[in-house]
Design a binder for this molecule. Sequence first.
Ligand code: AMP
Length: 291
Amino acid sequence: MKILRTIPEVRAAVSDARRDGQSVGLVPTMGAFHDGHLSLMRRARERNHLVVVSLFVNPTQFGAHEDLGAYPRDEARDAELAEAEGVDILFAPAASEIYPHGFATTIHVADVTEVLDGASRGAFHFDGVATVVTKLFGIVRPDVAYFGQKDAQQVLVVRRVVRDLDLDVRIEACPIVRQADGLAMSSRNVYLDADARAQATVLNRSLDAAASAFEAGERDADSILSAADRVLADAGIAPEYLELRDAETLELVTRVDRDALLAVAARVGAARLIDNHLLSSISSATDRTGA
Ligand code: AMP
């Protein structure tokens, strides 16, 4: 595995592969790898000749009072893990390589950025994500880019950029990888002390409770959300948001009669955690008929 720091080096390495007709898969990350990241690398490895992983803690997607300074960084460990997954190129640029002096362009996506994390963290967050991902696509020119459904809204934002700007890349969303007790893996889980770590399972448990209500036939959004809210309240957690939205447009739904995203964000101890479940009208209809 090569560790590359500059855009020209990455372009050269990728264009050699492309000249030989090889497919290129990209996994954008901010490092501090866990099994969620590794699952994306595995998927990319299975399906492409050349696998590029970017490791860049993107400053523009963090707010002034967020955790940019504290964000876990361990490039040596990340490089070992990526190499073990058969990654070909780890692109780990300095911030000045991505945002040189005079950098002046921002990609802003409307609609799907205006709710959930976009409302909770602020518009800058998805501006930062859309801009850096667009740059990575321009640098690597991947055939396929792999993202985790853990950040479901991010997937929708990236898909919208690709569609609106006619970028020639396919976006693949991969399932959420969880700890054995259901906690969604996240680089930010290292902020949890023992008490908060125990409490953090409540996010997934609350979503499970709502999903169970849905599977039992409940379709009223408020009733489904109440099932989740009760579990959170019992654990003393007041969510930043707990919402049911159309899985494609992120419009609020009052009845779940199409695929819906059940999404939660909450502070648990020192960490701000997010999690989500997809409520699929199709699979649940299939379940009920026993097909
Ligand atoms: P991050 O380094 O947190 O920016 O994440 C890099 C990529 O890994 C994003 O596409 C995330 O959605 C994805 N990811 C993070 N956590 C998980 C997880 N628990 N399961 C699956 N994908 C994940």
